[in-house]
Design a protein around this ligand. Sequence first.
Ligand code: GKR
Ligand code: MG
Length: 436
Amino acid sequence: MIISEMRLHPVAVADGPLRSSYGRHAPYALRTIVELKTTDGLTGISETYGGEGPLAALEGARGLIVGRDPFQLTDLWMSLAARAEQESRGDRSQTMLVPGENPLDVHTRTFAALEVACLDLIGKAVGKPLCDVVGGRARSKPPFSAYLFYKHGGGGGMGADAREDEYGECLDAKSMVRQARQMIAKYGFEEIKLKGGVLDPDEEIETIRQLRDEFGEKYPLRIDPNCAWSVETSVRVGRELKEELSGGGYLEDPTATMEGMAEVRRRLLAEGIDTPLASNVATTCFEHLPVARQLDAVQIVLSDPHYWGGIRAQQHLSKFAEVLRLGLSMHSNNHLGVSMMIMAHASAACPHLSYACDTHYPWQTEQDEVVLGGRVPIVNGCVEITDKPGLGVELDYDQLARGEERYRTLPYRKRDDEAEMQKHVDPNWKRILPRW
Ligand code: GKR
Ligand code: MG
């Protein structure tokens, strides 16, 4: 089995005006769908971050993947890592750069997209689901959480291509409870994460309290302001939400830098509050973990197989986190059904995974789905690994062509939430850290 062709499909996917400390989502999110074809007629697929940067990096790896035996992943890794060695070193945190935009992740991100497509090929060749190809599963129905966002009115897309606004405007506690009720009724999620860093911290505290009142202790709660708070504010929020974030909850990236996180942890512990701190901003790669452990800056690592280096890297991370006695879960970014299955297989293949993973999937619609047969079902908050080989999904080429057409005709080539804030909310808006 030799890879004879790589096809890259940049797509634009309608996305609602979701808010975070990065700003406001554009009407379209960008993704890249990868296809690898073999000499014996198989096609392996994958999905990764979108826009010009990730696309150019994949294009740059064409010579390394075409002509390769898909089993030879170690050599592919070494070739990409050797290139990365020659690139500049620097801050690999996501404090200022949104995921998928960090040039220092380019090799792990590019490898991940190709590795998944190769594992999908292998799964199809031997007739086994992807997670079984990498050693079998710890679970067959990995759980995901309800990922709530403050948002403006609008369901994404533009003009005649606008999508229905399923959740409406949500810019206060009451509308957030409504959003949670709707999302949980539809998908059956049993854990809740609130994207914060948008409203004044007191209003976000109130939102978490109302969510607790509505759903009770059985639904663990998390809040993630993406570093919008100072150490002082983070400690205050941790203190005020001591009860609500206990019992399976956590405080995610309240403040910037490993040192800032460590300071928040020290001060909360000194007050007898042991709410764990989770991170996908301070910890984005293996090199960050020993430091995070040593400083006790992060107690739960939030991975992303799309830029940590793929599915086997996620398994290594599971072991690494277990040995370092760190919790493990997964954050997410806007994605389609192929990535939903990448995340599900990655979760299934990890013995040590401590919390339901995030997913932006409820924020995308059937109209944008590129998976044959429509959206991947989420039932009782879980995505089931079926008996189908590889990732278990195939591409709908008509839908893919529509997504590519949108990409071609729209001006978006890179996620820029600050520009969207300036366009729609405040022409002078800048991402200031800490804001509060
Ligand atoms: O979609 O706006 C967003 C999120 O803020 C995303 O970009 C984050 O990377 O979900 C992610 C997180 O947990 O920080
Ligand atoms: Mg996060």
